[in-house]
Design a protein around this ligand. Structure first.
Ligand code: BES
Ligand code: ZN
Ligand code: ZN
Length: 523
């Protein structure tokens, strides 16, 4: 959606010959010599600032200088306009923490470049950072591109700002002696993941009058034109035929038709099929059970689960993930009130025949997900299912904005997701499920009701509702209501939508391990 794409390339020429805007060296804590090929000037600067104690290489610490001012001879040693030393901190013992250190440094570099309005940046990869070259390149690329993110689509630029964009247009990575092949591979993955995450942020930032259910379908169709994915969109008539009363019920108050977007990524038949489902509520007013106006504008973000699933498919195709087949379903609609809207007391019939008594029209996410889950499982017979949804305010009460809520009927699937989340810097916390919670949804007149009579255990009862539609299929639900926006602010995670879930999903699928049958499990 951004007009000018940001580029990132690998170079291997002498960094001293780079005559661009910002040359960056990453420095571990208490190291006073970067490398001989950094040149005398850079090493001398580092020794001086270390000696004075002004720069120690602590996490995200920076020292910016102008080589021009420090060079005595005309045949200058460093051609760059500015040099910045960026601290990495001490390499943490934990490999995931080291990945995060690089992303944070990447984000900090992008911020610094924005401040000095540097449109091009050359970053020299750190040596001896205790990570494989491709991982270093991947995490750094993610940090740089994600930290460079802005959403200024609707801001009319002031005249004096016209030619100075605060965004970097071109990043260069210098392989610093690492294998170019490994660096290029990592950079390619990092770029695909960051671009997918940025696309998810853009979709969320777009207002409800622009990003509509049809936008999901259009984006998916465009992705398919690139070849690797197959796309199908079920329209209102098709949803009626299939009996998807959940999506249709929620959609009743909207003038925009609902969409069920389906994407397929196929590798080999022998590989397991995994199903992803994302809540694509492009605006949630609460319906007849109207939400209070304060903060209601944030409900344009209620499509973040759908955005994460859609753009994860983009990254899966772009990086040609192997070993798994993936199907993605995005049920998309608005939830509005009005004469035609569904109302408390209504009974709807989901795909597959189960009936649901509507207690609260604001508990709409579970209704559209139930149809998608039941349909996806019946149609594609997946080995496992993962759904992502901004499902409950209760998850924010419980976990705040720092952990995604994870609920699952399978321990191994839950463990794989927790691992993938830790790797991607998107932590998750598992909550329980159980019949005692499911009981809160017993209805006198239908198979289930869509909300309990009180708010207790709100995230869990919402997941219990979904569980009703997955049967025995291994399934995990990620409640991203707290993390899809206002997520823990970091140099590479801005205020507003975070694009959470995209990188975790791709990491999970990339390293997919077959789930053992319960009988094979060691006791
Ligand atoms: N989209 C909301 C959940 C939400 C709330 C996400 C706040 C992010 C921030 C969801 O559709 C909803 O309204 N859930 C209700 C369920 C309740 C009526 C049982 C909730 O959480 O209050
Ligand atoms: Zn709602
Ligand atoms: Zn909602």
């Amino acid at each position: 959606m951004h007009d000018a794409a940001v580029t990132i390339k690998l170079i291997n020429t002498d960094p001293r010959e780079y005559s661009g805007n910002l040359l960056v060296y990453l420095v571990e804590e208490n190291i006073t010599d970067i490398a001989s090929d950094a040149g005398k000037l850079v090493n001398r600067a580092l020794q001086q600032v270390s000696a004075t104690g002004d720069f120690k290489g602590k996490k995200e610490q920076m020292f910016l200088f102008y080589p021009e001012l420090m060079q005595y001879d005309k045949a200058s040693e460093v051609q760059a306009k500015r040099v910045v030393l960026v601290g990495l901190g001490n390499p943490d013992e934990d490999i995931n923490a080291r990945r995060e250190q690089l992303r944070l440094a990447g984000g900090a570099i992008a911020k610094q470049a924005g401040t000095v309005k540097a449109r091009d940046v050359l970053v020299i990869l750190p040596k001896n950072f205790l990570l494989a070259a491709d991982e270093i390149a991947e995490c750094l690329t993610e940090g740089l591109l994600l930290g460079n993110y802005r959403f200024d689509f609707y801001k009319t630029p002031a005249k004096e700002d016209a030619e100075k964009s605060a965004r970097v247009e071109s990043f260069l990575l210098h392989s610093a002696g690492f294998s170019s092949k490994a660096v290029r591979e990592g950079m390619h993955r990092g770029k695909a993941l960051a671009e997918a995450t940025v696309a998810a942020r853009d979709m969320a930032n777009q207002p409800g009058n622009v990003w509509t259910p049809a936008s999901f379908a259009e984006y998916a169709m465009k992705l398919c034109k690139k070849g690797r994915l197959k796309c199908k969109v079920l329209d209102k008539a098709a949803l009626r035929k299939l009996g998807m009363g959940g999506i249709l019920g929620v959609n009743q108050g909207s003038v925009l038709p609902p969409q069920l977007v389906i994407l397929e990524y196929k590798t080999e038949k022998k590989n397991p099929t995994l199903l992803l489902v994302g809540k694509g509520l492009t605006f949630d007013s609460g319906g007849i059970c109207l939400k209070p106006p304060a903060g209601m504008e944030d409900m344009k973000y209620d499509m973040c689960g759908g955005a994460a699933v859609l753009t994860a498919m983009q990254a899966i195709a772009e990086t040609e993930v192997s070993g798994v087949n993936v199907v993605a379903l995005i049920p998309a609609t608005e939830n509005l009130s009005g004469a035609a809207a569904f109302k408390p007391g209504d009974i709807i019939r989901h795909y597959g025949g189960k009936t649901s008594e509507i207690i609260n029209t604001d508990a709409e996410g579970r209704l559209i997900l139930a149809d998608a889950l039941a349909y996806g499982i019946a149609t594609y017979k997946p080995t496992a299912v993962i759904d992502l949804a901004t499902l409950t305010g209760a998850v924010i009460v419980g976990l705040g904005h720092h952990y995604t809520g994870l609920l699952a009927n399978n321990d191994q699937l839950a463990a794989q997701l927790i691992d993938a989340g830790a790797q991607a810097g998107e932590p998750m916390w598992r909550l329980p499920l159980g019949p005692e919670y499911r009981k809160q949804l017993d209805s006198r007149v239908a198979d289930i009701k869509n909300a309990g009579s009180d708010r207790s255990g709100g995230t869990i009862t919402a997941a219990c509702y979904l569980q009703e539609f997955v049967g025995e299929t291994p399934w995990a639900h990620l409640d991203i209501a707290g993390t899809a926006w206002n997520f823990t602010e970091k140099s590479y995670i801005p205020k507003g939508p975070s694009g959470t879930g995209v990188r975790t999903l791709v990491a999970c699928l990339r390293q997919w391990k077959p789930l053992k049958q319960p009988s094979e499990k060691k006791q």
